[in-house]
Design a protein around this ligand. Structure first.
Ligand SMILES: Nc1ncnc2c1ncn2[C@@H]1O[C@H](COP(=O)(O)OP(=O)(O)O)[C@@H](O)[C@H]1O
Ligand SMILES: [Mg+2]
Length: 325
């Protein structure tokens, strides 16, 4: 999964800027993600994380900079301070390469899990119905939900809905998957089942950009972590480095604030792993309780390390505010 030096990055972002009205939200973001790499983006609420992801598939229109996905230019600075975009059909093609899972489940409520997953391949790619259905069932199985294929979103837990949302994004065979705090709107005890699916996806070599507050996941699964604040990359590096021994004061203060309110570390570190009613699909040799427990203990370990690293020399004046969204 390590990035190869001689391979062009799958996602390349240079100098990305974006304002909403008078508010400059992205101040020149640079980001490169190699094929097969898993990059976590962490940072305070309002720092621009969602906006970065939304710019990557033009759900937001960047003001400046350059975005390239799988060698195809999506937008770039042109003459006279204007930004140029790829043509409509190129944009449509590039978007198919970019799967996205949102904070709030956005399944179609009037469709079953299966119908949600077959929708896009049939509507957008004109896939054959029988083929799309077989593939959708495979994907639902891979997220542990083959037995929920005929359920409607309202009949499923938040964790199950997010796993359907992941299967739905995968149905388009994207080159890269974007995850925007996909566990933050579900009950904490259901986060593990979503994270496990993401971890399996990472292990299968999927290229992933993951905006997350789950530091245990970031530590365990990411090849690289970016800390952003006020629309700028403040610090980046290996997960162990950025999370374990951050260099910048803002990173330290942010991590301290996040880990202090991590419920998993406080409540569950010594408890048995959460039981779910799921019988997982084919995931050969995967023991989900074990993996969830290891994510939890990783959170606890990081918390201790950070406490040790930050209690000595940190002024609290610069502490980021973490208001709920
Ligand atoms: N469509 C929008 N219109 C106006 N302001 C927006 C819009 N989207 C986001 N913002 C603002 O941009 C800032 C960054 O938002 P966002 O990218 O969602 O941050 P994060 O995901 O890091 O919490 C916030 O102050 C937010 O209020
Ligand atoms: Mg966000």
């Amino acid at each position: 999964m390590a990035p190869l030096d001689n391979v062009a990055p799958l996602v390349k972002v240079e100098g990305l800027t974006k304002s909403f009205g008078d508010n400059q939200i992205l101040n020149g973001i640079d980001l490169e993600v190699a094929a097969g790499e898993v990059v976590s983006i962490i940072g305070p609420s309002g720092s621009g994380k969602t906006t970065i992801l939304r710019c990557l598939n033009l759900l937001e229109r960047p003001d400046g900079g350059r975005i390239e996905i799988d060698g195809q230019m999506l937008c770039e600075d042109g003459a006279n301070g204007r930004i140029n975009f790829a043509g409509k059909s190129e944009i449509r093609k590039i978007r198919e390469e970019v799967g996205m899972v949102f904070q709030r489940f956005n399944l179609f409520p009037h469709m079953t899990a299966l119908e949600n997953v077959v929708e896009a391949p049939m509507a957008v790619k004109g896939a054959d119905k029988a083929v799309a259905k077989a593939r959708a069932l495979e994907l639902l199985d891979s997220v542990g939900l083959s037995h929920r294929a005929d359920h409607y979103p309202l009949q499923m837990s938040g964790g199950q809905q997010q796993r359907v949302a992941i299967a739905r994004a995968l149905a388009m065979d994207p080159a890269v998957m974007l995850f925007d705090e996909v566990t933050s709107a579900v009950d904490p005890e259901l986060a593990g089942e979503i994270l496990l699916v993401m971890k399996q996806l990472a292990e299968q070599g999927m290229t992933m950009i993951v905006v997350t507050h789950e530091m245990g996941f970031a530590a365990d699964v990411s090849d690289r972590v970016l800390f952003i604040d006020h629309g700028l990359v403040i610090e980046q590096g290996k997960a162990s480095q950025v999370l374990g021994s951050p260099q910048q004061d803002r990173t330290k203060a942010f991590l301290k604030a996040v880990l202090e309110r991590t419920p998993m570390a406080e409540e569950n570190a010594d408890s048995p792993p959460v039981e779910t009613e799921e019988s997982w699909g084919t995931g050969a040799g995967v023991d989900e309780s074990e993996q969830i427990a290891s994510l939890e203990s990783e959170v606890a370990r990081l918390r201790q390390e950070l406490d040790a690293a930050t209690t000595t020399d940190e002024p609290t004046t610069d502490e980021p505010t973490e208001s709920g969204e």
